[in-house]
Design a protein around this ligand. Structure first.
Ligand SMILES: [Mg+2]
Length: 291
């Protein structure tokens, strides 16, 4: 199964969008139409890359827009870039989401005591390749971190691109600790501090800031898939989310639309244009002093 992207609007502006098509050329939603599993028997999942490693633009699947293109998050009228908190530069993994999952804001997690953040589950790909925005890669799940962001549960799955030359050596979270020393600690440090330069509090973590293993991670992903199934079949109210899709069978989803309807959504956005520069302020390094 392969996917291609179609860019619309002007890169690095608020009208920029990345739409997705499947191998038949049909427009799809990356949130709803890309299967969660790439290979269920092998526990290989699909991951939609929203942010390539080393970049700062907070690009994300627009869960509230029809067909859920990737767009840049906007805060107080400005495009959002994550700060470089020393010694990190941008995101330190390829960052993205597992399709067909949803962290239900109406479900209180037994372990974290907090409700979901209303987004698909997040993934950090620790493979060495710098992926491109909108790439759909197959990942092997290795573990998971339970981040608490202002009272919401925000799981961070740690995974590796199955195409990575070293992927066979990575089968659980301890392999990351052993073979990429410092990476897990850097990951917790990154998530703890990344919003502090924007005036937000440090993020917290459940389980004494420890990563849970592969089996726990897979069970967590499966539970978010269950929440997504209820969402797409309208058992759970959509709370502002856009569930329009083209591939979930109509029996399973009342939100399934025709190819013409999907094309009209894309045609209704700005045509592809020249890009704006990324502001040089994005390169600033923040030195974090804890009081
Ligand atoms: Mg999230």
């Amino acid at each position: 199964m392969s996917f291609t992207i179609e860019e619309r609007g002007n890169p690095n502006t608020q009208n920029y969008r990345v739409f997705f098509r499947n191998s038949e050329g049909k427009y799809i939603s990356p949130f709803h139409d890309i299967p969660m599993y790439a290979d269920e028997a092998q526990n290989i999942f699909n991951m939609v890359v929203e942010v390539p490693r080393w970049t700062n633009a907070k690009m994300e699947i627009a869960t509230k827009d029809p067909l859920n293109p990737i767009k840049q998050d906007v805060k107080k009228g400005n495009l959002r870039y994550v700060a470089n908190v020393f010694p990190h530069k941008g995101y330190i993994w390829n960052y993205g989401a597992i399709p067909q999952t949803w962290e239900d804001p109406g479900h209180k997690d037994r372990d974290t005591g907090c409700c979901g953040d209303n987004d698909p589950i997040d993934v950090c790909d620790i493979g060495s390749k710098v992926c491109s925005r909108g790439e759909v890669i197959k990942v092997k799940v290795l573990g998971i971190l339970a981040m608490i962001d202002e009272g919401e549960t925000d799981w961070k799955v740690v995974a590796i691109n199955v195409e990575d030359p070293e992927a066979k050596k990575f089968n659980n979270i301890d392999d990351v600790r052993r073979l990429k020393p410092g990476y897990l600690e850097a990951t917790v440090d990154w998530f703890r501090k990344y919003k502090v330069p924007d005036g937000k509090p440090e993020n917290q973590f459940a389980f004494n800031e420890e990563f849970k293993d592969k089996d726990f991670a897979i069970e967590t992903i499966k539970s978010t898939h269950g929440f997504w199934k209820a969402l797409i079949s309208q058992e759970t109210s959509a709370g502002g989310l856009n569930c329009k899709n083209t591939c979930v069978s109509t029996g399973d989803s009342p939100f399934c639309c025709t190819n013409d309807e999907a094309k009209a959504v894309v045609d209704g956005t700005c045509p592809c244009g020249s890009e704006d520069p990324i502001p040089s302020s994005v390169d600033k390094w923040f030195y974090y002093e804890k009081n």
